[in-house]
Design a protein around this ligand. Sequence first.
Ligand code: NAD
Length: 286
Amino acid sequence: MSPPATGRPSVLLGLVGSGIQASRTPALHEREAEELGVCCIYRLIDLDTLGLDAGALPDILTAAERFGFAGLNVTHPCKQAVIPLLDELSPEARALGAVNTIVLGNGRHMGHNTDWWGFAESFRRELPDVRRDRVVQFGAGGAGAAVAHALLTLDAGEVVIVDTDAGRADSLAAALCARFGEGRATTAPSPAAAMAGADGVVNATPLGMAKYPGMAVPAELLHPGLWVADIVYFPLETELLRRARALGCRTLAGGGMAVFQAVGAFRLFTGREPDAERMLRHFAGM
Ligand code: NAD
């Protein structure tokens, strides 16, 4: 963070990615900084608007550093592509092979992953007491890798990974077993086989987003004994959560993960402790 030139410390931040115009992250950071007496400007560096792709990342990082950015969040399609450009990775970013937060300064680029922690914090708050001997997760993409890591960190006994791309499910399960132990992550021949005996289910696919309506979890496999989490947060009330609530299931919406990844990033960018409750209230009011 820059020293107070105008009476207040200031910080310049940005989000790099595609299709990010509706992102709530700039408002979350700017408002929380304001509350803490820090002047924060958080810019969207939208590859679509700029007519660029992930190949522009080296230029973007250099420009951000030269213009005094304290850090950047990165999202699709840059979370993996940015890794070779970084000097250092946090242990979690290295394990997940994905970075969503870069701290810049002193000529060094340090990559972190606050997505997994964001899901874990949200889960701890909303579903702390649910059984999790067997959890089924639909979606083995970048966000799915972070969510499964969080579930196993939260002592889920076994996470069963389902993905329409079976190769992706297999490689995520293998990577998780290498970190958490044999048998902690598995795959199943069908959604029905995966869901047999499950305590809870998590959607980490894009299905349920306004752009991709519907649900990955077959409706007939939902029942009142399950808890149901969705990481999609545009909209917050997905079809999956609506149906699960109608059945009486306990549910967790994707907004908490989005807020807590920002809480973690804010801490790394500014060295200050944000008020997570205030950020949650701010998000809810947007
Ligand atoms: P991704 O494209 O990397 O991965 C999505 C995966 O879902 C792919 O492997 C795909 O094969 C799989 N899939 C698609 N349809 C499926 C189906 N019917 N059944 C099983 N698998 C299916 O995307 P991602 O980066 O992992 O993000 C996924 C979604 O997570 C995003 O669309 C976004 O809505 C959400 N997200 C939320 C947060 C948050 O903070 N709440 C953060 C990141 C992403």
